[in-house]
Design a protein around this ligand. Structure first.
Ligand code: FAD
Length: 377
């Protein structure tokens, strides 16, 4: 089948890789200039900053398998950073948790790896999905450089964007759009700080109890990073919501003050930039692995599905959701495929796994604890 995927974040990339392995022709449409979405390493003259996802854990067997193959390729490595909880200047060691992994030399490398060999059309915002003349066929209306164009027809469409955007794109199928609408979202300000001298703090990552901040991490404590003291600070989602209208300069000044209060340092940074993630995380992930209408051949995947785990909103949810949707699409495709499905393709069964050991990634575990703070694990 010819399949269009809207969004080249982890869920869209995982779905595309799997469909390709199953013999389908896949085209991804991505509004940004590169693949990755919320898995992004911001490059500067003083080194990279993991601006979105900070690290990830692997709970399910399917994701563990993927992580193990990435480790063999040298793409993913454990992060042995000293992680703590920080409250009023008191440093409390963090509870033990599952192993934490990062991509090297930056989290963005994970997306670059998954994007290999895929047909990704970047800088293309999909504004609408339109039914083509043949039932079950779809065209995408694209906007780029102020111009709107229609794509060639596709046999199936996958919406792999955050939930709120998916709801608008799924408008031609109200039953699916209605489900996507149920998932809310929170925003998050992120601050990048580079220092000309070591701060000599006794931790590399911290969940912070502060009215503005939720999480701090020393980027250069992660493996294969460039030397030089670089910190990322994620704001609490409540504070981010109250300060959405502030420009990046004001947000930077307020978050820098908060960083200095929380860490007790007064060293001035040589680099300081704040960026807002408008869509940081879903607040009400759907207790499913994906959406799929097999008759109309349109579906959705992303981290706004629990994908058989607890909560949502993490790389593992996005990855599993993409894989599961690919398997569903392949089910309906079989009768119309000319060639039989290749043996190399991996079958995905969304296993129900209990992440009882505490799911320690950085965005809060929505569904269990509702998006209380951006760094709340
Ligand atoms: C600050 C922050 C910290 C985080 N920390 C962690 C962490 O420590 N551990 C962890 O596991 N997870 C973390 N996450 C969450 C993790 O990044 C996400 O769960 C995961 O990256 C989501 O992947 P996705 O494919 O579902 O969505 P996205 O990454 O959002 O991908 C969607 C893609 O769709 C594109 N798109 C949207 N609309 C359109 C359109 N109309 N046309 C074309 N393209 C479109 C977007 O540009 C984007 O590339 C964090 C997220 C943030 C923001």
């Amino acid at each position: 089948m010819q399949i269009a995927i809207i969004g080249a974040g982890i869920s869209g990339l995982a779905c595309a890789q799997q469909l390709r392995a199953l013999g389908h022709q896949v085209t991804l449409f991505e509004k940004d200039g590169e693949a990755g979405g919320r898995v992004h390493t911001w490059q500067t003259e003083i080194g990279g900053f993991d601006l979105g996802a900070q690290f990830f854990t692997a709970i399910s067997d399917n994701f563990k398998k993927a992580v193990s193959s990435w480790r063999k390729d040298g793409l993913v490595m454990p992060w042995h950073g000293r992680l703590v909880r920080l409250q009023d200047g008191i440093v409390i060691p963090a509870r033990p948790s599952s192993q934490r992994f990062v991509a090297a030399p930056g989290m963005g490398e994970l997306a670059r790896h998954l994007a290999q060999e895929l047909d990704i059309r970047t800088g293309q915002t999909v504004v609408r999905i339109e039914a083509a003349q043949v039932p079950g066929n779809w065209r995408l209306a694209l906007k780029a450089g102020g111009m709107e164009t229609l794509t060639e027809p596709f046999d199936a469409v996958v919406v792999a964007t955050p939930g709120d955007r998916a709801a608008a794109l799924l408008a031609p199928v109200p039953a699916l759009a209605g489900k996507a609408e149920l998932t809310g979202h929170v925003s998050c300000w992120a601050l990048m700080l580079g220092f000309g001298q070591p701060l000599k703090l006794e931790f590399d990552g911290a969940w912070v109890k502060h009215h503005r901040l939720a999480w701090l991490a020393r980027d250069d404590s992660k493996p294969e990073r460039r030397n030089g003291e670089r910190w990322i600070a994620l704001a609490r989602v409540e504070w981010s919501a109250e300060n959405l209208k502030n420009g990046p300069a004001r947000a930077r000044d307020m978050l820098l003050k908060a960083f200095q209060e929380a860490t007790g340092t007064s060293v001035q940074p040589v680099y300081s930039v704040a960026r807002l993630w408008n869509y940081a995380q879903s607040t009400r992930p759907l207790a499913k692995s994906c959406l799929w209408d097999e008759k109309l051949r349109i579906g959705a995947c992303g981290d706004w599905f629990t994908a058989g785990l607890e909560g949502g909103g993490q790389i593992e949810h996005a990855y599993l959701s993409g894989l599961t949707l690919a398997a569903r699409i392949d089910e309906v495709a079989k009768p119309i495929l000319v060639k039989p499905v290749r043996a190399a393709a991996i079958r995905v069964a969304a296993s129900t796994v209990n992440s009882a050991d505490g799911v320690p990634a950085v965005m809060p575990a929505v569904g269990r604890r509702r998006a209380a703070s951006a760094g709340g694990r």
